[in-house]
Design a protein around this ligand. Structure first.
Ligand SMILES: C[S@@+](CC[C@H](N)C(=O)[O-])C[C@H]1O[C@@H](n2cnc3c(N)ncnc32)[C@H](O)[C@@H]1O
Length: 201
């Protein structure tokens, strides 16, 4: 699977464009500055945007080609990001290390996704926040991007169950709107958007 991503990310055009995903561009509402971890961040479009707002950003992915392109994009925008080559199936989250965690279209096999999501609360500092976007099963009807395997898709209730207790949800919704993100995310789309603060341990 990693080779699939390396091939896609080696194409001339950025697979999902160079602009951040719209939910992030429109509703990124973290106060102040701090350390932000972007999970499964591919070619870095979201990480570069967040870095341009003044955050200290780490883009994690297992695709080295994606991370090279992320650094290329950061250099072009005159911002600095850290890249971390890691496989989420073996990655250990440091406790209370991050002010923010961002996961945009990080579609993983269901068991791995649940394991990763269950670790996000502990990985955030007290008061830290999470912004997550992932295609919903309705996306299979639109066919405009994302995995075809239903178990890799997100529902609001399923995601909340995986995240566990201790969150305040600012946004937790199914969004249906047009996306224009590079050659691979184009057209009417259905995705889950969650913006949540860690409110208790
Ligand atoms: C659809 S892309 C999303 C990229 C980026 N977040 C964006 O919105 O442009 C999915 C990403 O998940 C990464 N990925 C998939 N499985 C992974 C794993 N086990 N560990 C780390 N990254 C993974 C892929 O390399 C790819 O970059």
């Amino acid at each position: 699977m990693k080779e699939h991503w390396n091939q896609r990310f080696a194409e001339a055009e950025f697979a999902y464009g160079e602009a951040p995903h719209v939910s992030l561009a429109e509703r990124f509402c973290t106060p102040g500055t701090g350390r932000v971890l972007c999970l499964a961040e591919g070619q870095g479009r979201n990480a570069v945007h967040i870095a341009s707002l003044g955050y200290d950003v780490t883009a994690l992915d297992y695709s080295e080609v994606g991370l090279e392109r992320a650094q290329e994009l950061a250099a072009r925008h005159g911002v600095s990001i850290q890249t971390l080559k890691a496989d989420l199936s073996t990655y250990s989250f440091e406790p209370e290390a991050w002010d923010g965690i961002v996961s945009i279209f990080g579609h993983l096999p269901a068991a791995l996704r649940a394991r990763v999501n269950a670790q996000l609360h502990a990985a955030l500092k007290p008061g830290g926040w999470l912004q997550l976007v992932g295609y919903h099963p309705k996306q299979l009807e639109y066919g405009t991007g994302g995995p075809q395997e239903p178990s890799m898709l997100y529902t609001v209730d399923g995601l909340k169950a995986e995240l566990g207790p201790g969150w305040t949800y600012v946004v937790a919704e199914l969004v249906e709107r047009e996306l224009e993100e590079g050659p691979y995310h184009r057209g009417m789309s259905a995705f889950v958007h969650v913006l949540a603060h860690k409110t208790s341990n």
